[in-house]
Each structure stands twice: as C-alpha cells, then as structure tokens.
Write a protein that binds this ligand. Structure first.
Ligand code: MTE
Length: 319
C-alpha cells in the first residue's frame, strides 16, 4: 500500500516561495564560488555555462508555435521537476550539472510491436530529422505553467521508421536507470525507472515532439538531456525526460505516476480545467514570472488540434 508522503507536487501554493528561496540560495552559491570556498560544500554545482552549450543552426520555425511571451531561460532551467535528482525545484539544476556523463554513450532502444526494432546511438537517432523550434505552453499538474521554445522533431517521424505493427496500440517510454548518476533514484520516491505512455494516435500526433534542446541550444541535464518527450496538451509529467527506451505495446502502459497514485494521476492526464485534481482545483494556473493567476485552457489551448482524438470519451472518467 502506498504510504502518503508530502511531495513537492502536493504543495502548489508554496511554489512561489520555494522559487524565492531557491533564488536566494543560488545567489549564496554564486558568492561562495566566487570567494573560492566551494570545496567546503558537497558536490553540487551551477548549471553548465550557457556559452558552452551547443547551438543549433538553421532551425525551422513551426506554425504550431505560440507567440506568447517566453518564460526566461533562467526560470526554465532552474525551476524543474526531475525527481531522479531530488524533489525540490532547484535540485535538478544543482545536481544534474554533469548529467548525462559524456563518457557513457547514450543509446535509445526502440522495440516491441514493430517490424524494425533497433538500438541507436544518440547521434544516429536524431541525424535523419530536421530540427524545428516549437514554442509551446507547458502546464504542470501542480498549477504552474511556462512558455518554452523547444528544439525538436515530431515523434511520429521516428516511430514510422520503426514500422509499428497492428498490435501497437500504445507507446511506452522509459527514462535511464542509473542511481550513480541520478541520486534521486537511491530513494523510493517513485518506482524507478520513470515510465510514461501515450496512445499510438497521441504519439503520432504532429504536436508531439522529441526535444533535444531549448532556446536554440542543447538541453541541459535538468531539462531531460539528451532527449525527452514534449506533449503540450497534457500535464507536464507526461513529458518524460532522458529517454532510453521507446516500446510499442498492445496494452496500456502503467506509468510511474499511475503506480504511485492512480486516483490522482491517470493515464490520459490531458490538461482539463473541468476535472480537479482530488486535492486542488485545476481551473487556474500561475505562469512562472507572473503575479496574477490565469484561467487554465482545455487541452492547454491545443483543443483545435487534439480534441478529436477524444471524441466520444468521457474525459472525467478517462482523466
Ligand atoms: N521525467 C522524469 N524522468 N522524471 C521526472 O521527475 N517530471 C515531469 C516531467 N518529466 C519528470 C519527468 C514533470 S512533473 C514535469 S512538470 C516536467 O517534466 C518538467 O519539465 P521541465 O523541468 O523541463 O520544465
């Protein structure tokens, strides 16, 4: 039986305070590092300097991009959920600075119900695709949101190459399991590795992307380097980070969050202001950097593109 613990997700009202505390701590760390007394601290660091990140050239723009004001890079890369590095918002940017370990090749396995399974080195995996900039809203189940300029390509383009067969009804995604690199995996916060899933038509939808960067640069560890999913009409936890396996399956995958608490985190998890989380309302959200809350939009504002995927479904039951 699941023992109820207080998680960061359970405390949406505290987020702004948490962020302020984080800012102060970051300033403190900066000062400490400048004074050269960092060796007295445990092994935490600041994010890789921005000017050392690989810059993507000639990104295609996308008609799916929003022209809303982008959330600043600083917030996108320091206010994160990546429980493999801890549950506090600042933990991923402090502890994922050397993630992924560049001495270990990153491979992605594509298998299950398909005719062309394979194991790909990261560079080979992304080589065939034209990278685009996709500026998407992201709405976290906790009640905050951001606007993030992702770099990526449609997941469907990759999936088609693997030639899914007629039994492929769902796609399951798995994050790396490596407690040496991911200290959060040494604690039983979730059942590791983190797993997520989509129905095959959701996975093939042109809005669904695999992201390899943001703000025109390679992804930082805290955002799910080197490759993560982005599904903008679903709560952010569906957008699984640091993927090592993509598997076509016949039955609905059991995600890490479904296993942790099915009554709170369902398989579909479409952004829906009309279906409250059992412990808080989903009607409004706080856009990071803004003071007043805004109304949450059905399907996070992507209803014109995706509502038809759910025709005839009771979205209160299939939450
Ligand atoms: N993927 C993994 N592997 N582990 C996580 O803890 N958190 C999810 C999602 N993907 C998470 C994950 C949640 S709750 C959110 S809101 C988004 O990542 C946050 O993405 P960001 O930190 O890049 O904004």
């Amino acid at each position: 039986m699941l023992i109820k613990r207080k998680r960061a997700w359970d405390l949406p009202q505290k987020e702004v305070t948490e962020y302020q505390v984080y800012k102060n701590r970051r300033q403190f760390l900066n000062t400490v590092l400048t004074l050269g007394v960092a060796s007295a601290l445990p092994r935490v660091g600041l994010a890789k300097p921005v000017d050392e990140l690989e810059v993507y050239q000639d990104l295609q723009s996308s008609p799916f991009s929003t022209d809303e004001k982008k959330t600043p890079f600083e917030s996108v890369t320091t206010y994160n959920n990546f429980y493999e590095f801890g549950t506090a918002k600042e933990a991923p940017s402090l502890y994922a600075t050397e993630f992924p370990d560049e001495s270990k090749p990153w491979r992605v396995k594509i298998d299950g119900e398909c005719d062309k399974p394979g194991v790909y080195e990261y560079d080979d995996l992304i080589k065939p695709f034209t990278l685009e900039e996709r500026i998407y809203r992201m709405r976290c189940v906790e009640g905050w949101s951001m606007v993030i300029p992702w770099v990526g390509f449609p997941l469907g383009d990759l999936l088609k190459r693997a030639q899914p067969n007629s039994k492929a009804k769902f796609v399951e995604f798995t994050t790396l399991y490596d407690p040496e690199q991911m200290p959060g995996q040494r604690r039983a916060v979730l059942e590791w590795p983190y797993v997520e899933g989509l129905r095959i038509d959701e996975a093939m939808h042109p809005l669904t992307i695999l992201s390899v960067g943001l703000y025109g640069k390679e992804l930082l560890g805290q955002n799910g380097a080197p490759i993560r999913l982005v599904v903008p009409w679903k709560y952010g936890f569906k957008s699984i980070k640091s993927i090592v396996r993509i598997r076509f399956v016949e039955d609905m995958p059991q995600s890490a969050w479904m296993k942790a608490n099915l009554s709170e985190y369902g398989f579909y998890s479409n952004v829906n202001p009309n279906v409250d989380h059992p412990r808080w309302s989903q009607r409004k959200e706080r856009r990071i950097g803004e003071f007043l809350k805004r109304e949450t939009l059905m399907f996070n504002g992507y209803g014109d593109e995706v509502a038809e995927l759910y025709t005839g479904m009771d979205l209160k039951r299939h939450y």
